[in-house]
Design a protein around this ligand. Structure first.
Ligand SMILES: Nc1ncnc2c1ncn2[C@@H]1O[C@H](COP(=O)(O)OP(=O)(O)O)[C@@H](O)[C@H]1O
Ligand SMILES: [Mg+2]
Length: 430
């Protein structure tokens, strides 16, 4: 098969690594890719915003399947354009991807289908928002840009001043442009965060393994939110029963709701959840794999991913076996540029990567790297995702962190506690 993978981050490097292992692959292109994906296939210099160029490339090269990694092109309608050009695409059509592209739409859908989520209000004008924030609102609460804001559009506020400032920055100063012209203000939910995924063709679905991202920059849940500083899978604190109730009360009714609304979803439907004392509740839905969750999932997936992607794209998932998973846990630790998620410098040389012995149990996925005069340099906020499997969570952590210690670049920052809370919880159960 001839595959075009769209994207350039750690998620796409992990997908390329996994897809490459399939005996069905004849040719793999990655657009635009990164130095990591260049080792696995052919990078094609087409930007994520170049929808026409992506469609032409896929058609001209007779790609059998286009796999879309990030949300941007899906929300912009890449899947629809590929369908119109007769090219199979793994990733939802625009009207289904709206579940990620518009948080206000997502909330409305969740409430209409009685899917547990935080109470909320939607505003598109500042004055009513401020009246609410200074009047009846209970704190802490969360202010969110409704549209895509690359993981930066959410503020948790413990008192009115911070909430007002966030609302003003979005609605009046336009810091997120059109994405912040509508905002969602919602109740703060307590509890551990988990990421749940289904792979679906719209009718049949298979739940993937649960993951836990570590959203904040600093250890112990402190500091600003990021795109994700590390992940683990599975999540040992989550019982089989909770996992079932996530499927029954959240994933399935959302898929049914989308179908019922004429927005058949195919691809990866990703629920960001809080495990509250009143049961799991939805923070948001995404229309693609999480990054860094994809890195741990690909390390743990034993089955060939490619037939599943094809079946989801063509509507024949019922003929596929559910994927098999390595029972061993996986951990990924993100190495970020100093200053991220704010401003950071790029172009710093990355040292020590050659010394890391990579294999089935340890992979360093590239997130934001570039080659300059043949040297690997930093090129993004998140730079590398050091990912490891282990016989237990602590050995996976040890393996990942000993690789981390071999890698250096100026300003390199990372969390030392990825998976630590889960490891403590396991210890307490013993
Ligand atoms: N209602 C909420 N209660 C508590 N924390 C929240 C709430 N909504 C969002 N968060 C925190 O903010 C992060 C980002 O919010 P999310 O809705 O997932 O937006 P995005 O991923 O688009 O930035 C979440 O991962 C979670 O840590
Ligand atoms: Mg999120």
């Amino acid at each position: 098969m001839r595959i075009l993978l769209v994207g350039s981050g750690g998620r796409e490097h992990a997908l390329a690594w996994k897809i490459r292992q399939s005996p069905l692959v004849e040719k793999l292109w990655i657009a635009p890719g990164n130095p990591g994906t260049a080792e696995l296939g052919e990078n094609v210099p087409i930007a994520l915003t170049g929808l026409d160029a992506l469609v032409s490339f896929a058609r001209d090269q007779a790609a059998d399947l286009v796999v879309v990694g990030p949300e941007g092109p899906l929300v912009a309608g890449l899947s629809d354009r590929l369908a119109a050009a007769g090219v199979r695409c793994f990733g939802p059509l625009q009207n289904a991807a709206e579940i990620e592209g518009s948080k206000s739409f997502c909330k409305e859908l969740l409430v209409r289908y009685r899917i547990p989520t935080a109470n909320y209000r939607v505003f598109s004008e500042l004055n009513p928002a401020i009246s609410y924030l200074e009047g009846g609102a209970r704190y802490p609460l969360v202010v969110k840009a409704s549209g895509l804001a690359a993981g930066k559009g959410v503020t948790v506020a413990s008192e009115p001043a911070g909430a007002r400032q966030a609302a003003k920055a979005m609605l009046e100063d336009g810091i997120f442009g059109a994405a912040g012209r509508t905002i969602v203000i919602e109740e703060y939910l307590q509890g551990a965060e988990v990421s749940a995924f289904i792979l679906t063709d719209g009718r049949t679905f298979t739940q993937l393994e649960l993951c836990q991202d570590h959203k904040t920059l600093l250890e112990g849940g402190r500091g600003p939110n990021t795109g994700g500083m590390g992940a683990i899978s599975p999540v040992p604190q989550v019982s089989e029963r909770t996992r079932d109730s996530i499927e029954r009360q959240i994933l399935l009714p959302t898929l049914h709701g989308l179908n019922h609304d004429g927005r058949r979803f195919h691809g990866i439907l990703y629920a960001g959840l809080k495990l509250t004392p009143a049961g799991p509740k939805v923070l948001e839905f995404n229309a693609r794999f999480g990054d860094p969750e994809c890195e741990v999932l690909m390390l743990r997936m034993r089955s060939d991913l490619l037939p599943l992607l094809c079946a989801a794209a063509e509507g024949t998932l019922e003929n596929q076996e559910a994927p098999e998973w390595d029972p061993r846990p996986a951990v990924t630790v993100v190495l970020a540029s100093g200053g991220y998620p704010g401003n950071y410098a790029t172009g710093h040389p990355i040292e020590g990567l050659d010394a890391v012995a990579q294999g089935r149990e340890l992979q360093v996925f590239h997130c934001g790297t570039a080659l300059r005069d043949g040297r690997l340099v930093t090129a993004g906020g998140r730079v590398l995702a050091v990912s490891a499997l282990g016989d237990d969570l602590n050995s996976a952590r040890r393996r990942a962190y000993s690789a981390v210690e071999q890698i250096r670049f100026p300003g390199m920052t990372y969390r030392r506690d990825i998976g630590a809370e889960a490891a403590d919880a396991l210890e307490a159960l013993r």
